[in-house]
Design a protein around this ligand. Structure first.
Ligand SMILES: *Cc1c(COP(=O)(O)O)cnc(C)c1O
Length: 375
């Protein structure tokens, strides 16, 4: 094994995994103008900006409704709460998801039931769902992880056969498509996050629910605002999870560029997929490049810490999404002794390469060149 630490790296400008200042630079002027207008307007909660964003994002996802909320976790909690499943009902969720999908189920008073992903796509494996269905199962929460939509056709068949609802955690898949339909429009309802690092990111916390179900939409609209449909009249015990006008205004500035930005991500992903040649790496599933939102470009390698160190030595940032599987977290002690070998393997081997709208051709070439030299 060659020791890369003895080689000199002469690159002066490091490539960060993600620079939140840089990705927002082009929007700065317009956002400042918009926010300044908002400050003068005196209207800060549930006003025109939220209404405009809800309409535009529903149109973007081609859904009937969009309801803005405070963050992605709340979006999922409210979807599940509004569904009125009996307390303790089971919801199927992938074992390798970000913990928020699982927390949402628990916070809604329901029981998460973990199902392993497919090792090639990192997405919920339809073949493993039915063995986990019991008389208490009420829903499947699919997660379009890393920006790729789940294989919805077989999942929908299983849901129909077993009378289950399907919900999407679309927090990483703004603009991703499955058979020409957009993420957020592939189920009974979807939760989005606009956390600053997401494909469509606010400058603070923000989230939304999309759905075609009038009844569900009406309920969620009330639940996000203390359970009030009409001012000072409370039909249900809701929460305060409103999308604020400032974040909505920022999202209104950024949404028109989402497709363009996703295309930039796709172009970088395409270069990585065709130009990275290194047998110690497993590249992501490449058959749906044009449909994926490429939130993250995740590779797998046996000796991850060494590869990561090599990248760091070459001034290339990286990140791990995520290092510890949910069932091994202290927050889920009841799951700590369960075995999810695929999920465990994924969490041990994955590494996310830089993939964002600010990477230059030169930087992408440099990353590819260095990765191809890794031994
Ligand atoms: C970011 C994320 C969430 C949570 O969104 P927040 O806005 O941070 O609450 C949920 N699920 C997945 C898969 C995410 O990536």
């Amino acid at each position: 094994m060659t020791n890369f630490k003895n080689t000199l790296n002469t690159r002066t400008k490091p490539i960060p995994f993600l620079d939140l200042k840089l990705i927002n630079q082009d929007y700065e002027k317009l956002i400042n103008e918009t926010l300044s207008r908002k400050v003068s307007s005196g209207w800060f909660i549930l006003g025109e900006e939220v209404k405009t964003f809800e309409n535009s994002f529903a149109e973007y996802c081609e859904t009937k409704h969009c309801i803005g909320v405070a963050n992605g976790l709340d979006a999922l909690v409210l979807l599940l709460k509004a569904s009125d499943f009996p307390k303790g009902s089971e919801v199927i969720v992938p074992s390798n998801t970000y913990i928020a999908s699982i927390l949402a189920i628990s916070l809604a008073g329901l029981t998460p039931v973990l199902v392993e992903p497919d090792l090639n796509t990192y997405l919920l494996d339809p073949a493993k769902i039915e063995e986990k269905i019991t008389p208490n199962t009420k829903a499947i929460l699919v997660v379009h992880l890393y920006g790729k939509c789940c294989d919805m056709e077989p999942i929908s068949r299983i849901a129909q056969k077993n009378n289950l609802k399907i919900f999407e955690d679309a927090a990483q898949s703004h603009g991703a498509e499955y058979q020409t339909k957009k993420a957020g429009n592939l189920s009974d309802g979807a939760g989005f996050s606009f956390y600053p690092t997401k494909n469509l990111g606010a400058m603070g916390d923000a989230g939304a629910i999309t759905t075609n179900d009038d009844n569900l939409a009406g309920k969620i609209r009330a639940l996000r605002n203390y359970g009030s449909g009409e001012k000072y009249i409370f039909e249900e015990q809701g929460i305060n999870s409103r999308l604020d006008e400032m974040q909505a205004a920022i999202l209104n500035v950024k949404l028109p560029n989402l497709d363009k930005e996703n295309k930039i991500r796709q172009a970088i992903a395409k270069r990585y997929l065709t130009e990275i040649r290194n047998t110690s790496l497993v590249l992501p599933f490449a058959e749906t490049v044009e449909e994926d939102a490429w939130h993250l470009f995740v590779v797998r390698t046996k000796d991850r810490s060494r590869f990561r160190e090599y990248l760091m030595h070459n001034k290339i940032g990286s990140d791990i999404h995520y290092p510890v599987p949910p069932h091994k977290q202290a927050a889920y002690k009841e799951l700590n002794n369960d075995s999810y070998p695929i999920s465990e393997k994924i969490h041990q081997e994955i590494l996310s390469l830089p993939l964002n709208t600010t990477l230059s051709e030169e930087e992408v070439s440099y990353i590819i060149e260095k990765i191809n030299l890794y031994k």
